[in-house]
Design a protein around this ligand. Structure first.
Ligand code: HQG
Length: 277
């Protein structure tokens, strides 16, 4: 199954089906009120179907385009998981308990080198939306996989940070080269360094970005491509300064229902988190 496709030369149009990921976060009454302010059409449709926790990521991303587009951080009408409430970047901030179900993603913690992964594994990291892999693990990605960096950078140059934040980019491996891994880029902050988004906004973008990436992964699998393990670093926890448990909690709150998985695709909900020794 491998090696059938040319490597991605830019943003992939991988999505083939409309997926309806849910979130397992238990809504407080305040949160339900917040969810009532969902703005995009599809979101309103989901509300109408009495499922305020479900919304379509692509519609969400599309709703950010155009003149009036705002980032998740600026648009208070977007749905927000209760886990995001009053987020600070201090580890003391309580992390809500999540009622997980069999369809939830599961994060499995391991110590080791994320790059030491079987071929065609997906390595996920958090990115800014201005095209820089200048520090932290992003720099390691850039040094190992310069071609993936060029694809990511070109993707950013074609768009605007406020449109990219909350989305993802899945970069296919390049068969026959040293880069045998997919790179999963989560656009969790518009910018970096002193101009990075607030911890709250970074977390707020992480959820739709992760949903978008899962959609792209499922579409890639549905197209017949061989996809290995899904590995993630402790996203947002270094230069973005958001405690890992916050991001982990969000990821584990995401549900991928059987109806979201294309026919014939075997999808593991396990995501392996790697931290160096
Ligand atoms: N070589 C390595 N091998 C293995 N694990 C490594 C590692 N180096 C760091 N880690 C760990 O990986 C986790 C994430 O920490 P990071 O600081 O990387 O990422 P982040 O998600 O907080 O922030 C994203 C922004 O960082 C970048 O740099 P620039 O803004 O471009 O300068 C991007 O471009 C974004 O903008 C932490 O657990 C680190 O201990």
């Amino acid at each position: 199954m491998s090696g059938k496709k040319a490597p991605a030369a830019g943003p992939r149009q991988l999505k083939q089906t409309k997926l309806t990921f849910g979130s397992a976060f238990q809504s407080s009454p305040q949160q339900q009120n917040k969810n009532q302010r969902i703005s995009s059409k599809d979101d309103q449709d989901d509300l109408a179907s009495n499922n305020p926790e479900k919304f379509d990521v692509k519609s969400f991303a599309a709703s950010k385009s155009g003149e009036a587009a705002e980032s998740p951080g600026n648009d208070t009408s977007l749905p927000v998981s209760p886990a995001l409430g009053n987020v600070s970047n201090t580890p003391e901030t309580p992390i809500p308990t999540i009622a997980t179900q069999h369809s939830n993603l599961r994060v499995i913690e391991k110590v080791g080198d994320i790059f030491d992964a079987p071929r065609r594994s997906i390595l996920i990291h958090a990115c800014n939306a201005v095209g820089s892999w200048g520090g932290g693990i992003a720099l390691a990605f850039r040094e190992r996989y310069p071609d993936a960096y060029r694809i990511y950078n070109a993707h950013c140059k074609r768009s605007l940070p406020q449109r990219l934040v909350g989305t993802a980019l899945l970069i296919a491996p390049r068969d026959g080269t040293r880069r045998e891994h997919y790179v999963g880029c989560l656009f969790t902050s518009k910018r970096y360094g002193r101009n990075k988004d607030s911890p709250h906004d970074i977390l707020r973008a992480t959820e739709p970005a992760m949903k978008d990436l899962i959609e792209q992964i499922l579409a890639e699998m549905a197209s017949g491509e061989e996809v290995g393990e899904v590995r993630i670093c402790h996203i947002n926890s270094g230069l973005f300064a958001v405690p890992w448990m916050r991001s982990k909690s969000l990821i584990e709150g995401l549900q991928v229902g059987e109806e979201d998985i294309p026919e014939g695709v075997t999808f593991s909900r396990d995501i392996i988190a790697y931290a160096p020794e």
